[in-house]
Design a protein around this ligand. Structure first.
Ligand code: NI
Length: 406
């Protein structure tokens, strides 16, 4: 693997510096597909609530790479467990794990049939500069990198580092999102986690002495979900995005000519899934310009929704407890002259701070006890055990135009 003549060091507010030693990592960073991530917000609509949450998937992806790079170089257990090819594979998987995200991630996934995981696989495995860069190094590399991301790589150590319940992805986004929103909920001691990770029976485990840091990390995650990720105001903006795209598709199906001004949305309306090129072109800048153009649409609903998106005229919201309540809202919104198809949005959220079982996607967290045995986290930690005994927190909300409440 070719090394750079000089290590590239990129300043980063979370990690201090990001270090790039390998030519192939640098080439991927400079590819158009990776540079596009600068034009996708890391937290979708959250900057509508926390006005400094302007960070992009670009900086998060570099941060995940840096954590994995430190794992494979500074943690001697991990460094010994992997060969050089596996190390570069897992660093690239960390760097590229979010490469398939569309604009406003989750809202976009409602419209497109494909998930960001599908697009990530598509970009790495075919017809992109990233694919060419990886393939030039080794025919197998694109598929090995993609298989770490989609959990099918035979060496589960690699998949655990990039995607599990204690992975570099979560570690970076909690710290970065806390920093960029200005909240302190997401903070935990990353240095200590990295120092106390060990490898046993082909699993990442955490030494018992590092367990309190892990408890802190689990709580950080729990609070970030309810205070930041599920914030009702950003969900309100997402409701608008959802309605806008839904109306856009309906208008397109009635009269394709209506969208001829906003060609950025053409492929999205026409096709089940996008090619790499089409996804590349559909970033958040393109969407914002599209909203701007749609303010002059001949369709009144589309015009209104575009204006709401641009000028942050958000929907109001209320908690829903019963189906009857939901029906009442439907009729009320309709009786006020609004089409509930586009002016009512119901959204349910649920989050479990930690899942003690293990499946393909959710590796449990394992603790290496002082006596040398390995225990699953909720057995080793009374705090985590107590959290799991509580009910899962979930909520359902209805979103509707604010002016209806006046
Ligand atoms: Ni990520």
């Amino acid at each position: 693997m070719k090394k750079l003549d000089e290590v590239k060091v990129l300043r980063d507010p979370v990690h201090g510096y990001i270090h790039i030693h390998d030519q192939i990592v640098w080439d991927c960073v400079n590819s158009p597909e990776f540079q596009r991530l600068r034009r996708i917000h890391q937290l979708g609509a959250t900057y509508q609530v926390y006005h400094t949450a302007e960070h992009s998937r670009f900086s998060h992806s570099l941060g995940v790479y840096e954590i994995v790079r430190r794992m494979v170089t500074e943690n001697s257990d991990i460094a010994q467990a992997l060969d050089d090819y596996e190390k570069i594979t897992v660093m690239l998987a960390a760097l590229l794990h979010d490469i398939g995200h569309g604009p406003f991630s989750h809202s976009f996934e409602h419209v497109s049939k494909y998930s960001h995981e599908d697009y990530t696989y598509q970009i790495i495995s075919q017809d992109s500069q990233i694919h060419d860069i990886l393939r030039k190094e080794n025919e197998r590399l694109p598929y090995d990198v993609a298989s770490v991301i989609n959990h099918t790589h035979p060496n589960t150590l690699l998949t655990q580092m990039v995607s599990s319940q204690l992975d570099a992805d979560r570690m970076d986004y909690l710290l970065r999102d806390a920093y960029c929103t200005g909240t302190s909920y997401g903070e935990f001691d990353l240095e200590r986690v990295l120092r106390t990770i060990r490898v046993r029976e082909q699993k990442l485990v955490v030494k018992e002495s590092g367990m309190h840091t892990i408890e802190d990390y689990i709580m950080a995650r729990y609070h970030m979900y309810w205070q930041v990720y599920f914030h009702p105001v950003s969900r309100s903006y997402e409701a608008l995005l959802h309605s806008f795209f839904k109306r856009l598709l309906d208008v397109y199906h009635e009269d394709p000519m209506e969208l001829k001004k906003a060609t950025m949305f053409q492929a999205l309306c026409e096709k089940e899934y996008l090619t790499n090129r089409e996804l590349y072109e559909l970033d958040e800048c393109a969407c914002q310009y599209g909203f701007s153009l749609m303010r002059y649409s001949s369709d009144a609903i589309l015009r209104d929704l575009a204006d709401r998106l641009l000028n942050r005229r958000l929907f109001d919201y209320d908690d829903l407890y019963t189906i009857d309540q939901e029906n009442e809202y439907y009729h009320w919104i309709q009786s006020q002259g609004y089409d509930p198809e586009y002016y009512m949005y119901v959204d349910r959220t649920e989050q479990r701070p930690y899942q003690p079982y293990q499946d393909q996607e959710n590796n449990a967290i394992w603790v290496l006890m002082k006596n040398g045995t390995i225990q699953e986290l909720s057995k080793a930690s009374t705090i985590v055990n107590a959290i799991l005994k509580g009910e899962n927190k979930n909520e359902k909300k209805v979103f509707f135009p604010k002016e209806l409440n006046n």
